[in-house]
Write a protein that binds this ligand. Structure first.
Ligand code: DGY
Length: 324
C-alpha cells in the first residue's frame, strides 16, 4: 500500500458491514449503486481505482482494468460465478481476481430445493389458482403432484452447491447420481451415496436433473433439445446456476410438448428477460435469480469480497482467489 489512501470503487449497493470494512482501508466510491452501469460508464467510474468490488452484472475484463489504470491491484466480485470476468486478462495485467465461494452454498441449495418442491408439488400453480379466485374443492384426484421419495436426483456438477443439494435430497429419501468431468473424492461419494454416471446416462436415469456446473464455453447450452429428449418424460429440470447452460427456447418446447414433466428455474438466458413461452406454462416454477438472496448470505458475500480487497491492498494476498 502507498502512503495515500487507496481508492476503492464499489459498483453496486452492498451490505453496510462490508462498506464499513472498506472505509477503514480506503476512500470508497459507489458511483451509482442502484444501477448496473454499461461498460463505458463503468470504465469511467473505475478510473484511478486500486480495488474494485464488482457484481455479476459488470463486465470485468482487460478494458476495465486498463480504464482503472496500472495501480489497480484487485477486483473482488460478490458472486461465486464469474462468467462475466476475463480472469486471464486481469492476471496478465497483474490484477488479482476473487470470488465468494462457500458462503452462499446453503442458500443456493435451499433455493434449488424450493424450486424442486414448487414444481413437483405444483405450488405456483395452486397459488395462481387461488389468487385468480378460481372455484376449487378438495377431491382425491385434485392437483396431484410427484413425490420425491425413492426417486433419483441427477446432479450435474458435484461441487459445494451440488453436494449441499444432494444432502437435502438424501433427507427427502432420494437416491443420488452425479456427472462431471472429474469423479468426486471417495469420501464425498460415500457420504452422499452418490454414483458417478456419464452425462447421457445421468439424463436417462434421473427423475430430477439439477444443474450446478459453472457457465463455460463447454457448458453453454449443455441442456439442449437433444439432452431434453434424452431425459425421462416424467423428469424435472432445476437450474440455479446460469441461464445459458440451458437452451431456453428448446426448454420451452420440451415443457410445452411433454418431452419432460416440468422445470424449476432461478436463472435465465437473457436476464432480466424470461422467454415469453415459459411465462405461460404451468409446469414451470420461476424465480428471479434468488439463489443467494438472503440477508445473511448477501452480507457474508459482501464481507468476503471486502476482506479480499483489504487483504490484497495490505499486501497480504487474497483469501479466495480465482486463478486464470
Ligand atoms: C453467484 O454468486 O454466482 C450467484 O449467481 C449470485 O449470488
Amino acid at each position: 500500500m502507498t502512503d495515500a489512501r487507496p481508492r476503492i470503487v464499489v459498483t453496486r449497493k452492498v451490505a453496510e458491514p462490508a462498506m464499513e470494512l472498506l472505509r477503514e482501508t480506503g476512500d470508497v466510491f459507489s458511483p451509482d449503486p442502484d444501477r448496473a452501469l454499461p461498460p463505458g460508464e463503468l470504465q469511467a467510474a473505475v478510473a484511478g481505482a486500486d480495488g474494485i468490488v464488482s457484481t455479476l452484472q459488470d463486465r470485468v475484463d482487460g478494458a476495465l482494468a486498463d480504464a482503472a489504470g496500472p495501480q489497480l491491484k484487485v477486483v473482488a466480485t460478490v458472486a461465486v460465478g464469474y462468467d462475466n470476468a476475463d480472469v486471464r486478462a486481469l492476471t496478465d495485467r497483474g490484477v488479482v481476481f476473487t470470488n465468494t465461494p462457500g458462503v452462499l452454498t446453503d442458500a443456493t441449495a435451499d433455493l434449488a430445493f424450493g424450486l424442486l418442491l414448487a414444481v413437483t408439488r405444483r405450488l405456483g400453480e395452486g397459488e395462481r389458482l387461488l389468487r385468480a379466485r378460481q372455484p376449487w374443492s378438495f377431491h382425491l384426484g385434485f392437483m396431484l403432484g410427484t413425490g420425491l421419495q425413492g426417486k433419483t436426483l441427477g446432479i450435474v456438477g458435484l461441487g459445494q452447491i451440488g453436494q449441499a443439494v444432494a444432502r437435502r435430497a438424501l433427507a427427502f429419501g432420494m437416491d443420488i447420481a452425479y456427472t462431471g468431468r472429474r469423479r468426486a473424492p471417495d469420501d464425498v461419494e460415500r457420504q452422499l451415496h452418490a454414483r458417478h454416471l456419464p452425462f447421457d446416462e445421468l439424463l436417462r436415469t434421473a427423475d430430477v436433473v439439477s444443474l450446478h456446473c459453472p457457465l463455460t464455453p463447454e457448458t453453454r447450452h449443455l441442456i439442449d433439445a437433444r439432452a431434453l429428449d434424452t431425459m425421462k418424460r416424467s423428469a424435472f429440470l432445476v437450474n440455479t446456476t446460469r441461464g445459458p447452460v440451458v437452451d431456453e427456447p428448446a426448454l420451452a418446447d420440451a415443457l410445452a410438448g411433454g418431452v419432460i414433466a416440468g422445470a424449476g428455474l432461478d436463472v435465465f438466458e437473457r436476464e432480466p428477460d424470461v422467454h415469453p413461452r415459459l411465462l405461460e406454462l404451468d409446469n414451470v416454477a420461476l424465480a428471479p435469480h434468488l439463489g443467494s438472496a438472503t440477508v445473511e448470505t448477501r452480507t457474508e458475500m459482501a464481507l468476503l469480497a471486502a476482506r479480499n480487497v483489504v487483504s490484497v491492498l495490505a499486501g497480504e494476498g487474497p483469501i479466495t482467489e480465482v486463478k486464470a
